[in-house]
Design a protein around this ligand. Structure first.
Ligand SMILES: Cc1cc2nc3c(=O)[nH]c(=O)nc-3n(C[C@H](O)[C@H](O)[C@H](O)COP(=O)(O)OP(=O)(O)OC[C@H]3O[C@@H](n4cnc5c(N)ncnc54)[C@H](O)[C@@H]3O)c2cc1C
Length: 351
């Protein structure tokens, strides 16, 4: 039976729900304040796209870890089903620490080793192994490999998800913010739409219905021809969380600040200096990279910084994906579709 589905929010979750539900033959309408499918308001566009279930255990729980593992299994078929290429890699990620930062690094490694199941704990990497894995990385005092972790090009994926959902029949209503919503109805731009199910995935826009807040994140895009990086790096630093993620076309993403503020203004000089100084200490060749652009966005977080999926008749709410959205979204969407009791094509294949 074909159901009428109204989705509030065309960010990462909104696009995934729209894709699966439209492919399963439901009548899907999606409402979002963005002027078009390419406008970059959603946090999903800004994300570095690391798919790191173990590294994220530093600030997440077993539920996020389990959703992350499930999503790692779902992403390949999903990406393969999209109409345009999306760079998705599973070459693991590296945790690195400079001499003198042993204390901070040890604390994180011990935490991850204690929380990760046997066989997934960080694996120490010798200097020689590090040179083989990442020849352009500076000699580091300490390095650990997290095998199996991945990364996705979020800009390519956001565009391809909307394209695929529209091709499957989902109707996107751009420049139409949802003003109010309830079980079985949404009101956008003064017009009420009735639905069998409303899916509220407005991220930080879901107030006051959800106790969500935005956590500011700043990120830097570089062009670094000649620099080779095979996998994401995270520097374990006493003060700054810094990661460096390779993208296609000789591009590198350096991120990210994590600031308790809903300020969406451009990146601060302090963040640029701290992020790039730390990144350059790991990859000296970055000195000649060119700064392409910077981006700032808000991670949607609930009070406990954990994701939540709430389902009542006629209404599904998913929010609080915080800093792990790309890591856990496919599995959360799969769970959401199961709660709705509707068929969805979560393996990426049309039914
Ligand atoms: C700097 C940064 C780095 C990140 N790095 C990573 C990473 O490496 N790995 C990872 O897994 N995650 C990362 N994330 C987190 C990830 O981007 C988010 O968790 C994810 O985008 C949340 O998805 P969402 O669909 O809930 O929200 P969003 O993607 O923010 O989408 C919400 C949508 O709702 C719309 N909306 C708002 N108000 C309304 C309204 N009234 N009516 C209709 N629509 C509305 C918005 O326009 C938007 O399109 C990062 C985030 C940031 C900011």
């Amino acid at each position: 039976m074909s159901l009428r589905i109204a989705i509030a929010g065309a960010g990462l979750l909104g696009r995934l729900f729209a894709l699966h539900l439209a492919r399963a033959g439901h009548a899907v309408r999606v409402f979002d304040p963005a002027p078009d499918a390419q406008a970059r308001g959603a946090a999903g566009w800004t994300a570095a796209g690391m798919l790191s279930p173990v590294a994220e255990l530093e600030c997440a729980d077993e539920q996020v870890f389990a959703l992350g593992l499930r999503s790692l299994a779902l992403w390949p078929a999903l990406v393969a089903s999209l109409p345009s290429p999306v760079d998705l890699r599973f070459a693991g990620s590296l945790l690195l620490a400079h001499r003198g930062d042993e204390g901070a690094a040890r604390r994180v490694i011990d935490l991850l080793a204690a929380k990760a199941p046997a066989g997934r704990a960080p694996q120490p990497v010798t200097g020689e192994q590090l040179r083989e894995l990442e020849p352009d990385v500076q000699r580091m005092a300490h390095a650990w490999l997290l095998p199996g972790e991945g990364q996705i090009d979020t800009v390519q994926a956001m565009a391809a998800l909307a394209e695929a959902a529209a091709a499957a029949g989902a109707r996107f209503h751009w420049s139409r913010p949802v003003e109010s919503l309830g079980a079985g109805w949404v009101q956008a731009a003064g017009e009420r739409t009735e639905a069998d199910w409303v899916i509220d995935v407005r991220g930080t826009g879901a107030r006051p219905e959800q106790p969500v807040r935005g956590v500011r994140g700043e990120i830097i895009h570089l062009h670094a021809p000649g620099l080779h990086l095979n996998r994401p790096l995270r520097l374990l630093h006493p003060r700054h969380r810094v990661y460096i993620v390779p993208r296609t076309g000789d591009r590198i993403v350096v991120g990210a600040s994590e600031i308790e503020s809903e300020d969406r203004s451009p990146i601060s000089v302090r963040s640029i200096v701290e992020l790039l100084t730390a990144a350059h200490s790991v990859l000296p060749a970055l000195a000649e990279a060119r700064l392409l652009h910077t981006d700032t966005n808000l991670r949607p977080a609930l009070p406990d910084n954990l994701p939540e999926l709430r389902c009542a008749p006629g209404m599904l709410e998913v929010n609080g994906l915080f800093r792990h959205g790309w890591l856990i979204a496919p599995a959360l969407v799969e769970e959401g579709l199961a709660r709705l009791g509707v068929a969805g094509a979560t393996d990426g294949n049309p039914p």
